[in-house]
Design a protein around this ligand. Structure first.
Ligand SMILES: [Zn+2]
Length: 187
């Protein structure tokens, strides 16, 4: 949890950690003005982008795990929707514009307070204008995907299922989390 020294509301020095009256969780709060500093999970949005039966992956240029391949995704900004966030990250990290088809996976990592929302999308325009976080960007046929160099096991799992489902033409929606490792499948 981020530590604050001064109250962001009144500037007083001397924040306390405890459960405020009527609350259920431990919070950092100001004994002076009563301001409660809420720390809530961060949302990461991204997409599986398809073009002609190939799938877009970005090779990370920055830590953690530079050199590994991942789906274009990133932290939502305030004031945008999850879909807008996913398409913005896609443009920034891959130089690709796409159309979102549907939600595909909601994956929680409570240990680090993060939630990943992944959409299915179809590529509309591919440019070379990708950002410095990306070392390379490529659409891979399933057989050519660098499976041993995927950024994170859950990313590999999502991609494997998606490719299986594309063959049958029926897509599910997944909920999962990093605590149990279980993935729930719904059709
Ligand atoms: Zn205060």
């Amino acid at each position: 949890m981020a530590t604050l020294r001064f109250c962001p509301h009144c500037g007083a020095n001397g924040l306390s950690l405890g459960i405020p009256a009527g609350d259920t969780h431990e919070r950092t709060f100001c004994g002076g003005c009563g301001h409660v500093h809420y720390v809530n999970p961060k949302v990461i949005t991204g997409c599986i982008v398809e073009a002609d039966g190939k799938y877009l992956l970005c090779q990370r240029a920055i830590p953690p795990r530079p050199g590994t391949w991942t789906l274009p995704a990133g932290f939502m900004e305030s004031g945008e929707t999850t879909e807008e966030g996913a398409l913005r990250e896609l443009w920034e990290e891959a130089g690709v514009r796409a159309e979102i088809i549907s939600p595909y996976s909601i994956f929680s990592v409570p240990r680090i307070s993060e939630v990943y929302i992944i959409f299915r999308a179809m590529a509309l325009e591919v440019t070379d204008a990708f950002g410095p976080e990306t070392a390379a960007r490529q659409f891979f046929a399933p057989a050519d995907i660098p499976w041993d160099s995927i950024y994170y096991p859950a990313i590999r799992q999502i991609l494997e299922r998606y490719i299986q489902e594309r063959e049958t033409g029926t897509y599910g929606i997944y909920m999962g989390n990093d605590d149990t490792g279980r993935i729930h499948f719904m059709r």
